[in-house]
Design a protein around this ligand. Sequence first.
Ligand code: 5AD
Ligand code: SF4
Ligand code: FES
Length: 357
Amino acid sequence: MGSAVSKILSRPEGFEDLGKEEICRLLLSEGADKELLFSCADRIREHHVGNEVHLRGIIEFSNHCIKNCFYCGLRRDNDAAERYRMTADEIADAAVAGAQAGLKTIVLQSGEDPFFTADMLARLIARLKDEHDVAITMSVGDRTREEYALMRDAGADRYLLKHETADPEAFSRLRPGTTLDGRIRHLVWLKELGFQVGSGCMIGLPGQTADTLADDILLLKRLDVEMAGFGPFIPHGDTPLASCTGGDVDMTLKTLAVARIMLPFTHFPATTALGTIDPEGRQRALKCGANVVMPNITPVRYKKLYEIYPNKICINEEGSIQCLPCITGIIRQSGRSVATDHGHSRKPVHGKARPQG
Ligand code: 5AD
Ligand code: SF4
Ligand code: FES
């Protein structure tokens, strides 16, 4: 007799409508069952999105933040953080270096920094889209619907806004002054505006259980996101969660694997946070459903200061010059290839897979 997990994983109808109980069983799998889950996710990844891995070059252009999330080193009340803002020209230069090195997606990420008005961001987006053949992903936190629309009209293709945790009580406790409902409303707006939407959550936040993690995956399924990132929570010494235990590699990989089998066409990154707690973390994620890596192409003098969590990898490497060949090597060693297209969503549109490009 096969195990409960092997029974779930041999469902002839597939996995897109797995229920909470089945998801929890998969998340709690160990040993041979866990390996079965990983190989199932790997197979589904290959079948739906192929062997190519998409690179998204990320520029962390400001570490100022008006929010006060308990888990994050950039939180407003962290006086120990040395703050910086890159100028529009510095951001454009970093993007050019990335584009010239072959990157087809540039991610512009910052803390929630109102210094950068939507108008300023729109001008920057239009400039980059005009000068380079790249997709632009914005990751600048909560804005008004009108501000999102300005960025979209300026040519931004995608928006990353992690839901962080689908537990409404934990969400409001860990992100003072905000609600899960509010975040979901923003994600729906972004979809309505035509962005390809990325979301995701942290693994191992205090109070998290397999049950709440199942809710995280079900929320991503309900939102039908184009991308989802899972990173282990890594406690930062200058935050209220300094003495908490962080997330672990295995639970992060299991969450990724279950999400892959339930959202087969979605893009999933092998996250930097996973590479931080395990030197083989990104390689392992690539074998459990991931098909994206996000090299950090922020200039070295700034990337050290973007300390969301401690001991982040790659902070001494000049991204376009050092991380890119390193990541390309990791991808090839994993038996995969680097995608040369823009890596837009491959989710079916009107029943057909989107054309590549
Ligand atoms: N450990 C891991 N990830 C974190 N993030 C914020 N703080 C931490 C931490 N301590 C993640 C959140 C956020 C992204 C910018 O970084 O998911 O969305
Ligand atoms: Fe600011 Fe984002 Fe950090 Fe929260 S997680 S404090 S919004 S940078
Ligand atoms: Fe940055 Fe390997 S990816 S050094």
